[in-house]
Design a protein around this ligand. Sequence first.
Ligand code: SF4
Length: 456
Amino acid sequence: MSLPRVVAVAPGSPAQRAGFEPGDEVSAVNGHQPRDVIQWQLLTDDADLDVEVRRGGLDLDLTVAKEAGEPLGIEVHSALFDQVRTCDNHCEFCFIYQLPPGLRQSLYVKDDDYRLSFLYGNFTTLTRFTELDLERVVTEGLGPLYVSIHATDPDVRSRMLRNRRGATSLRWLGALLDNDVEVHGQVVVCPGVNDGAVLEGTLAGVLDRYPRLATLCIVPLGLSRYAKEGNLRVHTLDEARAVVDAVEEWQEIFLSVLGRRLVFAADEYYLLAGRPFPSPDAYEGFPQHENGVGMARTFELELLGDKDTATGVHSGFFSWVDGAPAEGYRAPREACLRDQGAYDATDRANAPVAVLTGEYGARVLGPLLQRVGRDDVRVLEVRNEFFGGNIGVTGLLVGEDIARVLRDEPEDHRYLLPDVCLSKGAFLDGTTPADLPRPVEVVATDGVALRTALGL
Ligand code: SF4
């Protein structure tokens, strides 16, 4: 177990007044050694703390004068100070097995830790969940949690997870729901494995056994060119349409029985199926927005000016891995690049504009720009050759592919880059916007930010 290491101390905070310095390692707060930032938050929430600190080989006692509930003013190096609980499943569809070699090490970590589910919205299968975990989740109110269901049929689920405990671990889902913990679920649909009758059975199983589940998102299998499993394949058009049909039929059933739709198909399914997105009301508040459910609709509302504020911050698969950020626990993406030597957008106020986006984003964005009367704005679709396969989401774009597209573009245009493909300023391939052959303006990935960038 490591000790929480201070990486930043807020000016004027109780921590600064008490003499904390970056690099300090905290051995105990009021006599307790915290094992993660959840416990850290609880301990440091108290008034007047007695903190044991290691600095340069010396042990110090620092006394913090503060009110109960007043922020301590310290950012620590990581969300977990003990070991992350790694996943002991071997799902054939796991995207970590489909990553190219040579990425930063942290991207290859398979976590299955309820704490990362609570902190970052990562999905957990609950195959390593224990009675003690349940007790902690319930007593500390650690919700919402995000659970990978995939199939409620025990045999199918254990086959998909390649773990015998996959057959039984959904009992923890029942226990969480019985204890009023808010849980959102996910089904990754692999054609020929858990679609068709299996998907119907899963939705029936949710209604029967887990009707208190908050929501369930249905997402298609992502398949990169590095996939090694021969059984996996992408959906055909008919299969994608069948999934959308099943979800919409079950929405009606859930609506009539529970008074809410509960299940939602990811935006990607509507694009694959060539179907219009559901109406904004049908998303019931966009509870799984950060997992790609309803993003196209919120983007539309925001860009058209029907919504003043952007919807949520996205967490998801790649956003947590480098440690605890300063605010909240969902990693920051990137600020404006002016301080990295990129151009000041005001210098190019009248320059032609292009928006960089992935294949799916281009299909949503092009028609919307026409509707706001900006068909002068070019959509620069970036094909994802880095991952290949059917990977078309903007969030997985990397610098190498964006550079390929930008290299042939005029030098004096404005290029807008959605920040969703960045985590702490870097693309997944380790490059940064400063490495691109044209300067870009990083904008938040929502319609409000794009409206502002385009001066609408
Ligand atoms: S549970 Fe998640 S991390 Fe673990 S093998 Fe399956 S997909 Fe990969």
